[in-house]
Design a protein around this ligand. Structure first.
Ligand code: ADP
Length: 583
């Protein structure tokens, strides 16, 4: 949990620095706007007594002055509002962009624990609220506070005794406002949290809706949803109740204050302390004070709500970050693809060891299959090769260079992943293969051909420009896998990591994917997580992982002959045992 000081709006101030010129001009307009009120009060002091003087010329002259003052005031207000909106919006844009870039470097383990719905809510709704509050603070709260101070100063100058007695009430009002403010902030934070949880549940629910339907679990899901929205309603209700209570309480105090002022003013006039002109200015001043007081009170509530949102945004910054690149870093260049793992040990956080004493020597161009039960540590080994995680001890070297000594970006250009479940962003097929890399059209086609994807892409309605829907739902599973293979080989990586898809493709689709894979594997070192053992018999090495350790290692024939765990796994999967194995 963040301390309030860590999340304060004050920490956003440095982000305003690039917009100083606009801010200064805006504040100048604000000063003109605020000063116009003093001019108005002065005018009121002359105008009200003049109304009874039967001197129409003088009254019209004063009214003319009033119109001029209003014109200047509104012009200044326009300047202030339009000039200050830009910097406020820029700050919220920078804040959002900084947080998103921070999110891109959050350690993957920590990222998996975050809810997509919750994060989406934070980066959209919470960021919007912060932006709104920032804008209000600059263009509304600040001039209101200045107006309050200026008018109060003028009233002190007019009659300090009267003003001082009014000011006795101020601490009570300020105390009440802050008392409510703290409670409003806590209540808002609770209600924001509830909305985030709701967004998280919605994300899960939308993804899992077919499953829910298959299990006829709709009433259960509806129940969970109702429970969440009711908790949100309760949290929101508390905020509204607090604000609802605050308005009459502060309003009552204001009314009591106003009547006290009238009583005190009558007393000051009786004692010759105040002239009628002075009283006119004074009462106009009181009227002019009502608006900024209301603004400051309301904005203070919103400010507290914004503070709650800002805290939730700042929490993203607290997530553990990916290990920084070493400095100076070794240059990887285009490695041949010799991999060596020596005494590698790894555990997630402080948990139990997930990989123990892993030793592997893989020659460039070899195909190595990782097999073993689920939870054995196969994906974790991939994550170490991509440096998503770093081994606690031991060394992983690519062409003799320790992976922890090279830049992550450079490493990931040379070690490419074809995941088990491919995700693509919405956009064209070409965009999905390019994935942000600037490459020529010829290279694009070459990669697609290697992945055995070119022909089917050309048969799509718009070829490479065909738009893929979110998660690639408008192409088949096999086609999506071939796009993923093309994406992986596009940068001509030295090492290919394949997480073999277990999803049952029909024989034809499977053959197309296998052809793509075989072509893509040419000339590269390949590590494949094999779920179906039928596909690994050709591998140069088969590594059987169990509970994080290498249990067996060798070619298919060697492992079958040794009558160990691999053979047992093969038999369980009904692989026909060959001649050596059946002896
Ligand atoms: P496999 O790919 O062989 O199924 P994994 O590498 O996914 O195995 O998992 C190995 C072990 O590490 C499992 O016990 C799993 O629960 C644990 N594990 C995997 N990912 C994480 C993570 N991000 N945080 C904590 N533990 C994890």
């Amino acid at each position: 949990m963040l301390k309030p000081s860590e999340a304060g709006f004050r920490r956003l101030l440095p982000l305003l620095r690039p917009h100083l010129r606009q801010l200064v001009l805006g504040v100048l307009c604000m000063l003109v706007y605020v000063s116009s009120f003093l001019w108005l009060l002065n005018l009121a002091g002359a105008l009200f007594p003049a109304l009874g003087s039967r001197d129409l010329g003088r009254v019209l002259g004063l009214i003319g002055q009033g119109v001029l003052i209003f014109a200047v005031q509104k012009l200044a207000q326009f300047g202030q509002d339009s000039l200050l909106a830009g910097p406020a919006l820029q700050v919220s844009k920078t804040l959002r962009s900084n947080l998103f870039s921070r999110l891109q470097t959050v350690e993957l383990g920590a990222l998996e624990k975050l809810s997509a719905g919750d994060l989406t809510y934070r980066l959209t709704e919470d960021a919007d609220r912060v932006s709104e509050v920032l804008y209000k603070s600059i263009h509304d709260t600040l001039p209101s506070v200045l107006q309050l101070l200026a008018v109060l100063g003028y009233m002190l100058w007019l009659d300090w005794k009267l003003t001082a007695s009014i000011l006795l009430l101020a601490p009570v009002i300020i105390w009440l406002i802050s008392l409510f403010g703290a409670r409003v902030m806590a209540a808002t934070e609770r209600s924001q949290k509830k909305v985030s949880e709701l967004a998280g549940l919605l994300g899960e629910a939308i993804e899992g809706l077919p499953l829910v339907r298959a299990f006829a679990a709709e009433p259960w899901l509806q129940g969970r949803f109702e429970e969440e929205i009711d908790q949100h309603r309760q949290a929101r209700h508390l905020t509204y109740s607090l604000v609802a209570l605050q308005h009459p309480v502060v309003g009552m105090i204001e009314v009591v204050g106003l009547f006290s002022v009238l009583g005190l003013a009558a007393w000051r006039i009786q004692n010759d302390g105040l002239s009628i002109a002075g009283l006119s200015s004074y009462l106009t001043g009181l009227v002019v004070l009502i608006d900024p007081i209301a603004h400051v009170t309301n904005n203070f509530n919103e400010f507290q709500q914004g503070q709650a949102s800002l805290r939730r945004l700042r929490q993203i910054e607290k997530e553990p970050q990916e290990a920084k690149d070493p400095s100076p870093a070794l240059s990887l260049g285009r490695p041949q693809g010799n991999l060596r793992l020596q005494q590698v040990n790894f555990a997630y956080g402080d948990g139990k060891p997930v990989l123990r004493d892993i030793n592997l020597a893989i020659q460039a161009g070899q195909v190595v299959a990782l097999v073993g039960p689920s939870g054995a540590g196969k994906s974790t080994l991939f994550s170490l090769l991509l440096r998503f995680n770093t081994a606690q001890s031991g060394e992983i070297c690519l062409d003799g260079k320790n992976l922890s000594q090279v830049r992550a970006r450079e490493l990931r250009q040379q070690v490419a992943l074809v995941p088990q479940r491919t995700t693509v962003f919405s956009g064209s097929v070409a965009d999905a293969i390019r994935f942000g890399r600037s490459i020529s059209h010829d290279q694009l086609i070459e990669a697609a051909r290697l992945a055995n994807a070119h022909d089917f892409i050309m048969a799509l309605p718009n070829g490479y420009d065909t738009q893929l829907e979110e998660r690639g739902t408008n192409v088949s599973g096999g086609q999506l896998q071939r796009i993923a293979i093309a994406r992986a080989v596009l940068g001509n990586p030295a090492v290919l990591l394949l997480d073999e898809a277990t999803s049952a493709l029909d024989a034809e689709a499977e053959a197309a994917v296998q052809l793509g894979l075989r072509q893509a594997m040419q000339g590269r070192t390949v590590l494949v997580i094999a779920h179906r053992l039928a596909t690994v018999q050709e591998a140069d090495q088969i590594v059987v992982l169990e509970k994080g350790s290498i249990r067996e290692q060798g070619s298919h024939d060697q492992l079958m002959a040794s009558n160990g765990r691999y053979r047992e796994l093969c038999e369980r999967q009904f692989i026909r045992v060959n001649a050596i194995g059946s002896n």
